[in-house]
Design a protein around this ligand. Structure first.
Ligand SMILES: NC(=O)c1ccc[n+]([C@@H]2O[C@H](COP(=O)([O-])OP(=O)(O)OC[C@H]3O[C@@H](n4cnc5c(N)ncnc54)[C@H](O)[C@@H]3O)[C@@H](O)[C@H]2O)c1
Length: 351
């Protein structure tokens, strides 16, 4: 009897490690990739009705949350595993880590496994830039960036790459975080201003991004801090009991969301009545509903991060790694010679 311990092609799934994801991002270029991701996300939002949609499946604990984010367009299935643990950075761990998978609906076989910590930062930023292209005031070139953690440089560069941002004004309660982000953004072409308060960061800004992490109802923006005509890109409020904006700001804003059944649980609008009117971004992108409609309007993107954005990002990665050395094949799927002889296959490894 021949013993075959080498996995066949049917056993192998392309795997993108963190190392290869970093190489892919530089291979494509950070800003071109942010634009490319935005194009993929926009294309998928425009075929929104095709997708299976569900609020993400969240497992909450005292310290954080672990979530699964599935979706399918009928041909390809995808999901992401992601956590959110704001206290992690004190222990040298990240607040958010992630990985994800695409599978062929026809066979159920996975076709891509990928790290998604880097990719989540890229896709979240690309989504912010894409949405701001529909909602930010015309000619907006200055952004207040409140929260200088892991996501912040990605958010700043996406607004530059997708919306033509010229100046970013950074604020964080931790001055070391501001200094880290200022240093990282040096030489990117953005004019970077370090600020000592949230109010200072908002001087002259037409876009305000809040991207802080705290497991509580925080008030990063109070009502009197927000003038008319701005676009608020609210990233950090993305869990029950975890928000960034005072209710007064919400009542003065026109609110735009990804998927209402999830945002009403997790977003800023958890603070409002269940039937408070919101506009879905896919409808704006499809031309069914207006985006910004006046100079005075405050637009608010109540971002929580939705499964379709991860699906789009994984699709982008799958298309870009084809024919490159930016992945390796993982022996992930058992492949018995006779599909029903799984036990027989087990015997191959008997000592
Ligand atoms: N909407 C989405 O799709 C999406 C995606 C990824 C992450 N997030 C959320 O974005 C937030 C930021 O993520 P991260 O990975 O950058 O986290 P992080 O922990 O790396 O950074 C958060 C920063 O916020 C600062 N901060 C906390 N409270 C503040 C306050 N009151 N004022 C100013 N700064 C304050 C902290 O000092 C820290 O530097 C998290 O809440 C995360 O859950 C949302």
């Amino acid at each position: 009897m021949t013993i075959n311990l080498n996995p066949s092609d049917k056993a192998l799934v392309p795997f993108v490690s963190v190392d290869n994801m970093m190489r892919l991002i530089h291979h494509v270029g950070i800003e071109p990739m942010l634009r490319g991701l935005a194009d993929y996300i926009e294309a998928d939002f425009k075929r929104w009705e095709l997708f299976d949609k569900t609020p993400r499946v969240a497992s909450h604990s005292a310290e954080g949350v672990i979530e699964l984010m599935p979706t399918s367009d009928g041909e390809v299935y995808g999901f992401k595993y992601v956590n959110g643990h704001p206290k992690n950075t004190k222990d040298g761990l990240q607040t958010v880590t992630a990985f994800g998978l695409l599978a062929d609906v026809g066979t159920g076989y996975p076709v891509l496994l990928s790290e998604m910590t880097m990719l989540t930062a890229m896709r979240t930023a690309a989504t912010s830039g894409l949405v701001a292209r529909y909602l930010a005031p015309r000619g907006a070139d200055t952004m207040a960036m409140i929260g200088s953690g892991a996501q912040s440089e990605f958010q700043s560069l996406a607004m530059k790459a997708i919306c033509g941002l010229k100046t970013v004004r950074l604020y964080d309660i931790d001055p070391a975080a501001v200094e880290k982000a200022r240093r990282n953004l040096e030489g990117t072409g953005l004019n970077v201003v370090a600020c000592k308060s949230a109010e200072e960061s908002m001087e002259g800004a037409q876009i305000i991004t809040t991207c802080t992490a705290d497991k509580q109802y925080a008030t990063i923006l109070t009502d009197n801090m927000v003038g008319s005509g701005v676009h608020i890109n609210a990233i950090g409020g993305d869990c029950p009991g975890k928000t960034e904006l005072a209710p007064g700001v919400l009542h003065r804003s026109d609110i735009f969301v990804e998927y209402p059944p999830q945002t009403r649980i997790e977003g800023e609008i958890q603070q409002l009545a269940e039937d408070h009117p919101v506009t879905e971004m896919w409808e704006v992108m499809s031309g069914l509903k207006p985006g910004r409609s006046s100079d005075k309007q405050i637009t608010l993107f109540d971002s929580v991060g939705f499964a379709i954005e991860d699906f789009s990002a994984l699709r982008f990665v799958r298309d870009r790694i084809a024919g490159t050395d930016l992945y390796f094949d993982l022996d992930l799927l058992a492949d018995p010679d006779d599909p029903r002889d799984l036990f027989g296959m087990l015997q191959r490894a008997k000592g």
